[in-house]
Design a protein around this ligand. Structure first.
Ligand code: R5P
Length: 282
């Protein structure tokens, strides 16, 4: 088996390759002076292929589409796996206002044009799977991996209702209670949050799927600390950490943890085992 990795996902791709005993195909990815992307596989694609790459940020989406096209062109087959560790545009999963593009649907339709089997990690909403009409899609939720980050957690808290399913499954793995905030988004950088549960004297693990500007997490951490929490740890799946978010969050909590779907200095757990297991199952 051969693993083809987009340039932003090489660390995770190597971990997956090690776990399944596959070889990495070197890919030459260059930028032209005008920003266009050039792709060349440095080895023949003459074995079963697994492609790994994010559809975020925008350049990575283009790179991933070019790689899918290359694999399909050279092998004539659509039945290779594309693993998309972070599926970008997941938050625009419907038309919230008249005239808006349903970006999740637009991306799903592009990403299944040349590929018949897709693995995603923790889609922002499970319903996004329905936008993939042609490809078989498997969405892996890293609850076990997240629960292993817990250090004497008394309660797992989701910073909004949307991530409650994730926090709940992590709490179940750890064997503790779970609660959620009610969150109202004011704008891209402002939210209003409240929680009813009593956290006095408790060690709290906040679990969210995505951290972008950090506003959601910082608000939640402050409210928990004001409510007497004994300590606040933060864990997410996809650490986008826009606009210096990680540094701001670090000032508010004991620890900040993210997976390797997007590699950063806060990556301290891996989703490679679950991906490798799914690939081996076929
Ligand atoms: C929202 O539905 C997500 O689950 C995250 O809570 C959100 O994307 C985090 O964004 P930010 O870090 O900018 O508050």
């Amino acid at each position: 088996m051969l693993i083809v990795s987009a340039s932003g996902s090489i660390a995770l791709a190597r971990r997956v390759a090690d776990r399944i005993g596959a070889r990495m195909v070197e890919v030459n990815v260059k930028r032209f002076p005008d920003g266009e992307i050039y792709i060349r596989a440095e080895k023949p694609l003459n074995e079963e292929i697994v492609l790994i790459g994010n559809s975020y940020p925008n350049d990575s989406l283009v790179e991933l589409l070019l790689l899918q096209d290359l694999i399909y062109d050279l092998t004539g087959k659509r039945d290779f796996y594309t693993v998309i560790p972070y599926f970008g545009y997941g938050r625009q999963d419907r038309r919230f206002l008249n005239g808006e593009c349903v970006s999740s649907k637009a991306c799903a339709e592009l990403l299944e044009l040349k590929c018949g089997r897709i693995i995603t990690i923790n889609l922002h909403k499970d319903a996004i799977r329905d936008y993939f009409k042609k490809a078989a899609i498997h969405n892996l939720v890293p609850s076990r991996e997240l629960s292993e980050l817990s250090r004497d957690t008394d309660i797992v808290v989701s910073p909004d209702e949307g991530s409650f399913y994730l926090a709940e499954s992590v709490a179940r793995e750890i064997g503790v209670d779970c609660a959620h905030f009610d969150k109202k988004r004011v704008n891209d950088r402002e939210v209003e949050s409240s929680i009813e549960s009593d956290v006095e004297g408790k060690k709290v693990l906040i679990v969210d799927d995505i951290i972008s500007t950090g506003t959601t997490i910082i608000n939640a951490s402050r409210i928990l600390k004001n409510g007497g929490a004994a300590g606040v740890e933060v864990a997410c799946v996809h650490g986008l950490f826009a606009e210096g978010a990680a540094e701001r969050i670090k000032k508010e909590c004991i620890s900040l943890n993210a997976s390797d779907t997007i590699e950063s200095c806060y990556t301290n757990y891996s989703v490679s085992e679950s991906i490798a297991k799914k690939i081996k199952e076929g």
